[in-house]
Design a protein. Structure first.
Length: 295
């Protein structure tokens, strides 16, 4: 029976891109320094690789009572809007204390109530917009939290049948033999934990004796596209294995990713295929930086 190899990360059950992790006080990541010009010592001291706290979402601020009939309340809680709207016209009965004798079809315009409109502008500028700015960031954190919690639940439900992995070094590759490849060439075993009392999701290496088990991934390539076996063995023995102690060491990751890239190009040159591959690939990016994802 022939084994089918995953060639695109989109085929996995769930995928979370590390680049989507918000740079927010509720989120911490021990390898943001890979993309930062100046490493953050606080991030590197984090015991787990990633930590996400559940945001505490707040309701939009209350508005003055005389604004109530004018406000589109369904828009008030939507911080993605530049600002919520108000009705330009409402029934006269909505602004009268005694509307017994008022014709229900009689309308009044917001332009007839400049003092109300001024209150609305003040409310927007002084209360709603500051709330919306904060809420937009919290909503990003909530979306991240929900995604990771879903992966955590799958991990707990399926146990050993469900593998959680962090990948680094995105390989974008297309060849006549392998087809189109969008997979990471370096993976680490990962464990997601959830502290329900603190509302914290943490992601890190499995506890000993398992550990992260860094692995060089090339099985998704057709064997004719594999680099030289001796070069692969050297990369795995000298560079990949040492990442078990410090997975997010910049120099160590660079040696693995660049080593694989050079070995791959070297194999193409030795097989006389480099010009054919260049001709069929308008863009030939073997490894796209430190792009990582969790699946």
């Amino acid at each position: 029976m022939r084994t089918t190899h995953v060639r695109n990360v989109a085929s996995y059950d769930q995928v979370f891109w590390i680049n989507d992790l918000p740079r927010h006080k509720l989120c911490r990541c021990s390898f943001w320094h890979l993309a930062d010009a100046v490493p953050s010592q606080a991030e590197q001291r984090l015991d787990d690789w990633i930590e996400v706290r559940k945001p505490v979402l707040k309701s939009p601020p209350e508005f003055p009572d005389d604004l109530e009939p004018w406000v589109k309340e369904e828009e008030l809680a939507d911080s993605s809007l530049s600002e919520p709207g108000i009705y330009e016209q409402i029934p006269l009965s909505a602004v009268q204390e005694d509307s017994t004798n008022t014709d229900a079809t009689t309308l009044v315009s917001i332009n007839q109530y400049p003092q109300v409109f001024d209150k609305w502008i003040n409310y927007l500028e002084e209360k709603w917009k500051p709330w919306a700015t904060e809420d937009r960031e919290l909503q990003k954190g909530q979306e991240t939290y929900n995604q990771l919690f879903n992966i955590y639940q799958r991990q707990e439900k399926l146990g050993e049948q469900y593998e959680v992995i962090i990948g680094a070094g995105l390989l974008l590759w297309k060849s006549p033999k392998s087809g189109e490849i969008k997979r990471h060439i370096l993976t680490f075993q990962t464990r997601i934990d959830f502290d329900r009392h603190r509302g914290v999701i943490s992601i890190g290496a499995p506890p000993p004796p398992d550990g992260p088990k860094p692995t060089l991934e090339y099985i998704m390539l057709d064997t004719k596209d594999w680099p030289n076996a001796a070069e692969l063995n050297e990369i795995e023995a000298k560079d990949v294995s040492v990442l078990a102690d410090n997975p997010w060491d910049v120099d160590g990751l660079s040696r693995v990713l660049c080593g694989f890239s050079c070995a791959n190009l070297g194999a193409l040159k030795r097989k006389g295929l480099i010009e054919e591959y260049k001709a069929k690939n308008k863009r030939m990016r073997l490894v796209d930086g430190f792009q990582g994802h969790l699946w």
